[in-house]
Ligand binder design. Structure first.
Ligand code: F0G
Length: 349
């Protein structure tokens, strides 16, 4: 059957009514790629759910399509979000598609260039502020309380409803739940959504069990790990530079219920994993996403991911969104004379 988008495909699991407009950019339906080289290196079946192949290049599209469709159903014609980049790109795209207004508030100079380009080209009203994500989110919450604007950050329950569908696709692809699920944690919406998805789908699909969920935050931005608000979160993984996650309690529930944990990973390890993923599997994901691989390696080394088990890492965003980071972390390309002999010397060195 032709794929008609996430709302159409998972209607029975989503809060969809006859009045919900059909909206789609054919989000979802992303590949679950077996990491053949890393799996044989570590003796674990490692798969990556490549969410960077969604229409705007991140997992946010799954939740945004539902949030925007419901906003329209409820009579709204203006959506708003605070964002470290991907939410704003996704909100802007779906607002353009649905012909409604979109305002995005972003921390000035702190979002990847590709994401900023997306929000602008899709036609959003982009406001850059001298503050961090958490401060921007407070203002967005206050504005949406006072005025007829729909907030589409992950406090909006429809976002999590859409995002949970990725778990359905994982079960459909593997024929069971994986033993472990590893993913980045920022505002902690996604970890909450995945858990919801596995819980709703696994009995009906006769899975043997639920996965153990391991979430990862960057060391300079790990409020859940340290159980304290970070007023000045810092990390190279700008997508998860968040000091006071809105779904904090939910994230703790997920790890308690699944027998997992949330742990911190240094920027150095994030960049190592970022390069390793691309060079060993041919998959380019943004730094925040690569914390999944850094976390998988850490857990295998600690024996907390068992040999021969199946693990799924979520690659939340596409590497092309942030080429600056790639170029900064790879050895410089020197330009030489355009001469066959010189080129031959270099490529056969
Ligand atoms: N990975 C990427 C690439 C993200 O953009 C985000 C969040 C996360 C992981 C964390 O997901 O917040 O549900 O725990 N980005 C948000 C944004 C905050 O504004 O784009 P989470």
């Amino acid at each position: 059957m032709t794929y008609k988008g996430l709302i159409q495909k998972y209607k029975e699991y989503l809060p969809i009514t006859n009045d919900t407009p059909s909206l789609t950019l054919l989000e979802g339906n992303t590949p679950l790629i077996k990491a053949i080289n890393l799996s044989s290196k570590y003796g674990v079946s490692i798969y990556f759910k490549y969410e960077g192949l969604n229409p705007t290049g991140s997992f946010k599209d799954r939740g945004m399509v539902v949030a925007v469709a419901k906003a329209i159903e409820e009579g709204s014609n203006h959506i708003i979000c605070a964002s470290t980049g991907n939410t704003s790109a996704s909100a802007a795209a779906y607002a353009a598609r649905a012909n409604i207004k979109c305002s995005v508030i972003i921390p000035s100079g702190k979002i990847a260039y590709g994401k900023l380009a997306q929000a602008l080209i899709y036609g959003a009203n982009v406001v850059a502020v001298d503050g961090n994500f958490d401060e921007a989110l407070e203002i967005v919450k206050s504005l949406s309380d006072k005025y007829p604007i729909t907030l589409v950050n992950s406090i909006n329950p429809y976002r999590l409803q859409g995002q949970k569908t990725s778990s359905f696709e994982i079960i459909d692809a593997l024929g069971d739940s994986p033993d472990y699920l590893c993913l980045p944690v920022g505002n902690a919406g996604n970890i909450t959504a995945y858990w919801m998805g596995f819980n709703e789908y696994y009995v009906k699909n006769k899975c043997t069990s639920l996965p153990v969920v391991y979430g990862f935050q960057a060391k300079g931005s790990c409020p859940i790990v340290e159980n304290k608000i970070f007023t000045h979160p810092e990390t190279i993984a700008s997508a998860i530079r968040i000091g006071n996650p809105v779904n904090w309690d939910n994230a703790n529930k997920v790890v308690n219920q699944s027998g997992g944990s949330i742990e911190a990973i240094t920027d150095e390890k994030i960049i190592e994993a970022y390069k390793l993923l691309a060079s060993s599997e041919g998959i380019f994901a943004e730094p925040a996403s690569c914390i999944s691989l850094a976390g998988i390696i850490q857990k295998i080394e600690l024996g907390e991911i068992k040999k021969q088990s199946t693990v799924v890492g979520i690659l939340t965003g596409n590497g092309l969104k942030d080429p600056d980071i790639a170029i900064k972390n790879i050895k410089k390309v020197k330009s030489i004379m355009c001469d066959e002999k010189k080129i031959k010397e270099i490529i056969f060195k």
